[in-house]
Design a protein around this ligand. Structure first.
Ligand SMILES: N[C@H](CCC[C@H](N)C(=O)O)C(=O)O
Length: 261
């Protein structure tokens, strides 16, 4: 049986979108099916899957990582998901979207989509190890866990970012790890190893965690926009005075079709 799908990305963090309004087309959306959909050779290819499920008159974003694992939140994904809902399901902006980390609001200005990801949780210091080198890192949650390590050179994370070792006591369910360098005033650049997807070209919640950690280091006034360069483009993050993190960036729908996966 063939099912409709779309392909989209936000700063080249790419996703398979599954219209599944009554949640029955893909049943429980098994981890095996997610892995098959995300396979870049035998499948459609993606860093994750965004399944649209109608719930109590709202839309629920059922996000899965490429390895089939579930995550609470996906910042690049929710922008792509919002564009899909607007253009294919007729949802107006601003729109409320249910996620595993609660209801988020997404709005659009021109070609830019802004997701209000709510308040970050800022914990203490931790550490990560990659290529035999241990780096101090800051633990920040955007609904999903992040370890933010400031480095002198992004190449220190290695040619192909292998999964960094982390403290299982701090991150029992794994962690997204961001390596950050300064590029200027309120301007940083990052690489990311995502939990469940490996090194990606971008991570929306990761960019938010990076902006929150950098803002704390800078003791920057709230409301200061941070420019975060990722390998797939640039995101703008604002941590507001009322403790909300706004993620602004593009959302592209690349293709749509049918799949038997
Ligand atoms: N891999 C992440 C979820 C996707 C986050 C990323 N794609 C984003 O745009 O926020 C996790 O397991 O928490």
């Amino acid at each position: 049986m063939s099912y409709p799908f779309l392909k989209g990305h936000g700063t080249e963090n790419d996703f398979v979108v599954l219209p599944d309004a009554d949640g029955t087309v893909h049943g429980d959306l098994s981890a095996d099916r997610v892995r098959a959909l995300c396979d870049r050779r035998a499948g459609i290819g993606g860093d994750g899957v965004l399944r649209a499920v109608r719930r109590d008159g709202d839309w629920f974003m059922d996000y899965r990582n490429a390895d089939g694992s579930v995550s609470e939140m996906c910042g690049n994904g929710i922008r792509v998901f919002a564009r899909y809902l607007h253009e294919r399901e007729g949802e107006p902006f601003p729109m409320k979207i249910q996620t595993r980390d609660g209801i988020k609001v997404v709005d659009r200005t021109g070609d830019d989509y802004t997701a209000d990801l709510g308040s970050p949780e800022v914990f203490g210091e931790t550490h990560v190890t990659v290529m035999g080198t241990t780096f101090a890192a800051r633990h920040v949650s955007m609904g999903n866990p992040h370890a933010v390590a400031f480095v002198d050179n992004l190449a220190q994370a290695g040619p192909l970012l292998e999964e960094p070792e982390h403290d299982d006591a701090v991150y029992p369910d794994g962690v997204n790890v961001e390596f950050v360098v300064r590029r200027g005033e309120h301007h940083v650049a990052m690489r990311v190893h995502e939990r469940g997807s490996g090194e990606t070209r971008s991570c929306g919640t990761g960019a938010c965690a990076v902006a929150v950690a950098t803002s704390l280091v800078d003791d920057a006034p709230r409301g200061t926009p941070y420019r975060v360069d990722v390998p797939g483009g640039t995101l703008t993050i604002t941590w507001t005075e009322d403790d909300r993190v706004l993620l602004t960036g593009p959302a592209v729908l690349v293709a749509e079709g049918l799949t038997d996966l």
